[in-house]
Design a protein around this ligand. Structure first.
Ligand code: SF4
Length: 361
């Protein structure tokens, strides 16, 4: 099948999982930051949907725009110099144009966030229990006593031993893994419908990482929440996600069900990410990093944004990849942004490294 036989996407966002009804829909989301050197295009025309109960992994190298996307979803760029355009539809409400006062009501209550560094979310001067109880009181009509008992129960649910005693301790009394559990407790105490986790386990060792991921998935399932997991770790994505969105240079370059991304890889960049993954079975072997550097977001190439690093651009024909930027093409819920035909992509991706075991970062 040629590219022309595939569905060309223009205004229609990719339907990652079409069976259920989406309650988060992102349309043509772009984020730009004015700097002294010009406009930095951090996110360029993102489209995706998320269904209740599903987990979407957003992956890419540092600077690919995945964290800025999550900040835009949380409304954390409001009141900054960032220029955010497009639409974020959440439960029928459009969030890009929503005033900060209304967004604040959604944050915590309907949308929870887990950060890489719990110390950035936990205040050092207040006890852990007090902060979780206050998060509960902001969004619920509850007495201090009721909020304290909800916080103690939540600390117990996230696996903090002796939660009634640990309630009165400060963040610096907790280990890294325990602080991450406390932040998960704070994010989940109001049972948000959407949980956004930005590199939640990157700073933890592999054993604790596995425990925290299992805990997040268990609590997400109990609350029937949806989750967006931002990570550079494809091993984590393979283990916990239903669908995946691969970002490069602020754009989605490939999207689909997790099986499509790992077993029918359709973009040279995703292929490069998979081949650069460490795995337990290849211990001692050299890693295969993608050569070169990501493009400058101040001056993106006019052709394919991956063209300067892509080892397959010659297959598309002379000047094709550097001449025009490919559009996202979708077939059976699997989207890719590449000029190569499906047959060419199948040939080059016939033997990618497959993630079979959870690996450390
Ligand atoms: Fe590589 Fe060309 Fe595909 Fe871009 S469009 S990923 S340069 S083959």
């Amino acid at each position: 099948m040629t590219n022309h036989e595939m569905t060309l996407l223009s205004s229609q966002p990719p339907f990652l999982l079409e069976r259920a009804e989406a309650f988060l829909e992102v349309r043509n989301l772009s984020v730009r930051f004015p700097t002294d050197d010009g406009l930095v295009s951090a996110v360029n025309g993102m489209d995706f949907k998320l269904m209740r109960g599903q987990t979407l992994g957003i992956v890419g190298e540092s600077g690919s725009g995945k964290s800025v996307t999550s900040q835009a979803l949380m409304g954390l760029l409001k009141g900054t110099s960032a220029q955010v355009s497009g639409e974020i539809l959440f439960g029928g409400q459009e969030l890009v144009s929503l005033p900060e006062s209304k967004m604040r009501q959604l944050r915590g209550r309907n949308i929870g966030m887990i950060f890489q560094d719990p110390l950035s979310a936990l205040h050092p001067f207040y006890t852990v229990g007090h902060q979780i109880a206050e998060a509960y009181r902001v969004h619920n009509t509850a007495t201090r006593k009721q909020a304290k008992s909800a916080a103690i129960e939540m600390l117990g649910r996230v696996g903090i031993p002796s939660p009634a005693l640990r309630y009165d301790e400060y963040p610096h009394h907790f280990s890294g893994g325990m602080r991450q559990r406390a932040m998960i407790a704070m994010a989940l105490i109001c049972e948000p419908e959407l949980l956004i986790a930005d590199e939640p386990t990157t700073a933890l060792d592999v054993t604790v990482q596995a425990q925290i991921l299992d805990l997040m998935m268990e609590l997400k399932q109990q609350a029937d929440s949806a989750m967006i997991l931002i990570t550079h770790d494809l091993g984590v994505v393979a283990e916990v996600c239903d669908s995946v969105l691969v970002m490069y240079g602020g754009q989605c370059v490939e999207t689909g069900a997790v099986e499509d991304i790992f077993y029918k890889t359709s973009h040279p960049y995703t292929l490069g990410l998979l081949n650069s993954m460490p795995s337990l079975s290849s211990a001692g072997e050299r890693l295969n990093p993608i050569p070169g550097q990501p493009p400058s977001l101040l001056d993106l190439p006019s052709g394919c944004i991956f063209s300067e690093r892509c080892e397959y651009s010659a297959l598309a024909g002379p000047g094709v990849c550097s001449g025009s930027r490919p559009r996202l093409q979708l077939q059976d819920g699997h989207g890719k942004r590449c000029h190569l035909t499906v047959d060419q992509l199948s040939a080059i991706s016939s033997a990618p490294s497959q993630p079979s075991e959870r690996t450390g970062s």
